[in-house]
Ligand binder design. Structure first.
Ligand SMILES: [Zn+2]
Length: 348
């Protein structure tokens, strides 16, 4: 295992997914009877979260001192009952078995979920906005909140898992082979076609390569026209069928910048739940230097020196003007950081 990946946002899940027990009647029964069950609830594709002022907020960042926490609901809550009475199934995420994160200065609200079975439940179409207004927590967009407030690392991993799982179920209501409705099985770990055609549909991740292309003391970075002004990042793109990871790195870098790469090394990975990508982070050695930007993909691409990248990451963290790097919650930031800190992975 590469421990770098454990540091990336949305990793470090504290849940045991119970994959060897999901088809056993005893687990279903235990969850039905038990009061050791907690729900994270989504409404219109956004989880219900609470914002709390964080103690011991680190200096030197542009973020507010607020921290987002999951609003855990019990089975007895009348609004949870209302959803379950419609016949909608809660999807099992797993049992919270890991000790709580020590990474935040705040006592996590998740202490209440240790050893509990954690499920995700969709309130969309059952609750209305008046009911939402009556509860303390509110539906919030993870992606936009990610750059504004802090998340407990373990809760961020649970939210990423929950969001991707709900999205999988929303997009696989019908069998892709015969078109008949599918149903939930394995407590949410798969969908099975109801027609008897035999198809089972499992949650998938879409692999995306993301690569820091290094040319000695210079790093290749590009920007898309839709990004905030001044932001540059390392090269990334979806993998295609029939491609090895190395093939995808070579193709993507060449397509976007005309740069050819030679050796590449694995850095770390990051689940990216928008909707269910898996970022595969690498460092690669450039074997050519002349950039030609594909304007359909990128607005610009350049070689940046270590000093420049250092300043860009600093500008991003501080919220100051000028050229910026990727946000600190992204694996792209970690790849840039490996480059500026002289990590041996970047020396070919
Ligand atoms: Zn089918």
């Amino acid at each position: 295992m590469n421990d770098k990946g454990l540091l990336n946002t949305f990793s470090r899940s504290p849940l045991d997914r119970l994959n060897n027990h999901r088809n056993q009647a005893s687990l279903v029964e235990e969850c039905e009877k038990s009061n050791q069950v907690r729900y994270v609830i989504f409404f219109q594709r956004e989880p219900l979260l609470k914002l709390q002022v964080e103690q011991g907020h680190p200096e030197g960042t542009a973020k507010s001192s607020e921290q987002a926490h999951i609003a855990w609901f019990t089975k007895e809550h009348h609004l949870v009952q209302q959803i379950l009475e419609t016949g909608r199934q809660a999807l099992l995420l797993g049992k919270w078995t890991e000790p709580h994160s020590q990474c935040t200065g705040d006592a996590s609200s998740s202490s209440e979920v240790m050893d509990k079975y954690c499920f995700v439940l969709d309130a969309t179409g059952v609750w209305d906005s008046d009911q939402i207004a009556q509860i303390e927590a509110q539906p919030m967009n993870i992606r936009s909140l990610l750059y504004k407030v802090r998340f407990d690392p373990q809760e961020a991993a649970v939210l990423a898992h929950a969001q991707s799982l709900l999205e999988f179920h929303a997009r696989h209501q019908y069998c892709g082979k015969c078109g008949v409705a599918t149903r939930v099985e394995g407590m949410g770990s798969k969908r099975v076609c109801s027609s008897g055609c035999g198809m089972e549909w499992f949650p998938r991740s879409d692999p995306v390569i993301i690569v820091a292309v290094v040319n000695g003391d210079y790093l290749l970075m590009g920007r898309q026209a839709s990004w905030p002004i001044g932001r540059y990042s390392v090269i990334a793109g979806f993998m295609e069928h029939g491609e090895s990871i190395e093939d995808a790195i070579y193709r993507e870098v060449k397509e976007e910048t005309f740069i050819q790469v030679g050796r590449c090394r694995y850095h770390s990975s990051q689940p990216w739940p928008f909707p269910y990508s898996l970022m595969l982070g690498f460092v690669a050695e450039a074997s050519t230097q002349t950039i030609q930007v594909d304007k359909h993909e990128l607005e610009d691409a350049k070689w940046f020196s270590r000093e420049q990248v250092k300043e860009m990451l600093s500008n991003q963290r501080q919220g100051t003007s000028g050229l910026r790097g990727p946000p600190p919650q992204s694996i792209a930031y970690e790849l840039c950081h490996a480059f500026i800190s002289g990590d041996e992975i970047c020396h070919f």
